[in-house]
Design a protein around this ligand. Structure first.
Ligand code: KG4
Ligand code: ZN
Length: 342
């Protein structure tokens, strides 16, 4: 089954053609990062207009009008994301589906991220899945593609958002994650934050065993940095210390879930799964028998291949959309800042 995927939830305009949820036949992505950089973050209004400008040129790189009738369905990110950006992808997907009389598959962006590692490996169920991005930090118990539970989430900022905010405070630019990651590689976390002074982030109480919290970490770093006289010369150490705290929290809560559910398969996805410290740490878990699946770097962030891949499984389950009624969806269960209670 050949699915055309369209992703426009944030600042990437992406289109991909994927066969049977695995084989990426063709793909193209236009990244708006350079446009948003001068504002130190994504400006929603500009993002929507950029999608309008680029969606057809990107689409044309992947498929010609005459080839469109050879696809089996059109999958599109329905939400969550920036409303104006989502509407561009949805509008185009609906128009294409309507004109070539193919079914529309509305895809959940979080489910698409979680699917990204599945494009490259046959991952055994059940597993503990972590989606760590600029908008979400969610921990799942995944039984199969259609049965999963949200075990925990951030109770305030998303982890990627914390990276971006700290980078702004440090004057590094946007997006913060890759910039902090790169600087951290030459830094020493202990030099900035001695082991005895490490903050105890969201202790493992019964309520918060699988939850995350990042606004306090960002605030405490911002405060410490404000009082530093030699900020510029200590940038790498600051980045290494922040990265260690932020990622270690992700890992501790994920480890709680792996242990409690007796599982040894771990899947990480979302923009933050590109983090080199995170990837190195989970590779070390292999020695403890925990197998981690993650997408290649190019597929950690937003891309249409994961949308088409996820759409294939939705299609197999008969989860087609309705061209006349489907619209932007906020999807309550992934709403940010909601403490998950068990
Ligand atoms: O999944 P994504 O592309 O978009 C959302 O759905 O949010 O994630 C973007 C987020 C940004 O906050 C970015 O700073 C972060 O992922 N990110 C990273 C790295 N690369 C991207 N965070 C930490 N380390 C990285 N290497
Ligand atoms: Zn995303």
């Amino acid at each position: 089954m050949r699915i055309l995927g369209i992703e426009t939830s944030c600042d990437e305009t992406s289109v991909a053609l994927v066969e049977d949820g695995k084989t990426i036949l063709k793909e193209a992505t236009y990244s708006q990062i350079a446009v948003h950089r001068e504002f130190d973050g994504v400006v929603p209004e500009i993002a929507s207009r950029q999608h309008i400008l680029h969606i057809l040129p990107v689409l044309e790189k992947v498929i010609t009008p005459s080839e469109l009738s050879s696809v089996d369905a059109i999958a599109v990110t329905q939400g969550p994301g920036l409303i104006g950006s989502l509407l561009v992808g949805l509008g185009v997907a609906k128009a294409l589906a309507y004109s070539v009389k193919k079914p529309l598959i509305p895809v959940n962006h979080i489910e698409a991220h979680l699917y990204a590692p599945h494009l490259f490996a046959d991952i055994p169920f059940p597993y503990i899945g972590l989606v760590a991005s600029g908008g979400h930090t969610l921990l799942f118990l995944v039984r199969d593609f259609h049965h999963y539970e949200v075990l925990g989430s951030t109770i305030d900022d998303a982890v990627g958002e914390a990276f971006d905010k700290l980078a702004k405070v440090l004057g590094l630019g946007y997006p913060g994650g890759p910039l902090i990651d790169r600087l951290a590689q030459t830094g020493n976390a202990d030099t900035f934050l001695e082991p005895t002074k490490r903050p105890s982030l969201l202790p493992d109480t019964e309520r918060d065993r699988y939850n995350f919290s990042y606004s306090g970490l960002k605030t405490s770093f911002t405060y410490r940095i404000q009082h530093l006289e030699d900020k510029a010369s200590r940038l790498a150490d600051i980045c290494a210390a922040f990265q260690r705290e932020a990622i270690d929290l992700l890992l501790r809560k994920s480890q709680n879930a792996l242990k409690d559910y007796g599982l040894n398969t771990f899947v990480i996805s979302g923009g933050v799964s590109a983090n080199s410290y995170l990837r190195q740490r989970v590779t070390e878990w292999e020695k403890q028998g925990i197998h981690t699946f993650m997408a290649p770097l190019a597929y950690c962030g937003d891309n249409a291949a994961m949308v088409a891949g996820r759409g294939y499984h939705d299609a197999l389950a008969g989860k087609y959309g309705n061209l006349r009624t489907d619209a932007y969806s906020r999807l309550d269960f992934v709403r940010k800042g909601k403490r998950i209670l068990n």
